[in-house]
Design a protein around this ligand. Structure first.
Ligand SMILES: *Cc1c(COP(=O)(O)O)cnc(C)c1O
Length: 426
């Protein structure tokens, strides 16, 4: 292992936030530059024809890379120094053997599902799930005879048991995909219990279903799904990891075999991230922990304000869960804190919610989350408007629900903004 991949000083293990400044980058290969330069190139020169032949053999998996040999750079759709360093650093956060990055969160989700499924297979997913994922499964992949079965995340792993029973009658189960906590109502699912249940599933071809967790909402700072039994950890890097609302990206981490399979598929369908975006995400990774910690502390203060507000009815925030609630146990087991995106209901309906949203003076009215700036939106008419009305009611996406993604502004300013906006509906 080259010195640039250092993970310890003596016996002392380095924390991921420290490794974000060096890991995988060797200044000697770049004129001594402290920062990894942007390798804005689509292709790479081979030293000799033999090298070109060897690199293609390694990249295609026809030949195993010999010990101590670098597999070599070929073409940016397969590999690029910036992409490789970024993938190594994301794997560190997730505690994974390997990681691949993609051009968006949806590219990560679709590439993963396609790489691991064949026509006739069934994908099980927890609802609510990200709207794009829902459309991917129920509007697009169903056209290719890839079937799906949903279960309500508030039913937790018991919901999964029912979904498995249904799916078994339909075909082999390829992937189980879930978000925990879900969006926008922050319901928790016990990852370990789901994994244990999947161990007992016998697909006819002997291949086990792969448990994938979309960790966009809480990771990689407050939750590490691979530690709790997930096989894959997926992100929309567009959100907290990118963190500045200025790029699109995605990633998927897991064991070497699974990631190699998904990466091979990515390289052929071309859902890669471009190297400039990768460079920007590497910059974001240096401040990831301090950004997520700051916005989390800010959100906790905003929640304290809302809890006492007479016009606020219910707050969907795991930090408010009480002992005795099964959701509390899952939260304590799986999460080391709360990220800064949560939802709350106000007295009234859509009219009042719109009045509050339209009255915000600093927070911006926009979908997405996890950026440095505070964003607010109305799930029922925006992010979750394609969910049928009766399903929305069942999962708590009511007309008086507002979602907020707290940024890194001074929380007192966010509270002042919310206070004046709420005062308009008194
Ligand atoms: C935004 C989001 C996605 C999709 O990511 P893109 O980068 O927009 O493609 C997937 N899952 C979750 C939970 C998200 O919030």
């Amino acid at each position: 292992m080259s010195n640039s991949k250092k993970t310890h000083i003596g016996d002392h293990p380095l924390a991921p936030e420290s490794m974000m400044l060096h890991h995988g980058y060797d200044p000697k290969l770049s004129e001594g530059a402290v920062k990894c330069p942007q390798f804005q190139t689509s292709t790479f020169v081979f030293e000799s024809s033999q090298h070109g032949k060897d690199f293609f053999n390694y990249a295609s998996g026809r030949v195993d890379v010999p010990e101590g040999v670098e597999p070599g750079l070929i073409y940016t759709r397969f590999n690029n120094p910036v992409l490789e360093i970024l993938e190594g650093r994301m794997a560190l956060w997730d505690g994974a053997e390997d990681c691949l990055v993609t051009g968006s969160g949806m590219a990560a989700i679709s590439t993963t599902i396609l790489a691991l499924s064949k026509p006739g297979d069934v994908v099980i997913y927890a609802e609510p799930i990200y709207g794009g994922t829902d459309t991917l499964l129920n509007g697009v992949l169903c056209q290719y005879n890839l079937q799906s079965v949903g279960f309500n995340s508030s039913a937790g792993h018991e919901g999964l048991a029912e979904a498995i029973a249904t799916a078994k009658k339909m075909g082999p189960i390829s992937v189980v995909l879930m978000e925990t906590p879900d969006n926008p109502t922050n319901q928790m699912i016990d990852i370990r219990a789901c994994k244990d249940m999947l161990e007992d599933v016998q697909n006819p071809d002997g291949v086990k279903p792969v448990l994938a967790v979309d960790n966009t909402m809480y990771g990689p700072i407050f939750q590490h799904p691979l530690e709790h039994g997930a096989d894959l950890c997926i992100y929309s890097l567009t959100k907290y990891v990118g963190g500045h609302s200025d790029i699109l990206g995605g990633s998927c981490s897991g064991n070497k075999d699974l990631i190699t399979k998904i990466r091979g598929f990515r390289n052929i369908i071309g859902t890669n991230m471009d190297s400039h975006t990768a460079w920007l995400v590497m910059r974001s990774l240096e401040t990831l922990k301090i950004r997520m910690t700051a916005s989390s502390a800010g959100a906790a203060k905003v929640v304290d304000f809302l809890v006492d507000h007479p016009l606020v009815e219910k707050i969907y925030y795991p930090g408010l869960l009480k002992e005795g609630d099964p959701q509390y146990d899952t939260y304590k087991k799986q999460c080391t804190g709360c990220a800064s995106t949560f939802s709350f209901t106000i007295t009234g309906g859509e009219r009042e919610a719109f009045k509050v949203l339209d009255s915000m003076q600093m927070a911006m009215l926009a979908v997405s989350l996890g950026g440095t700036e505070t964003l607010v939106q109305h799930p029922a008419s925006m992010t979750h408007s394609s969910v049928p009305e009766d399903r929305r009611a069942q999962i708590g996406i009511t007309d008086n629900l507002i979602r907020i993604s707290v940024g890194i502004e001074n929380p007192d300013d966010i509270i002042a903004d919310l206070a004046q906006a709420l005062a308009t509906i008194k």
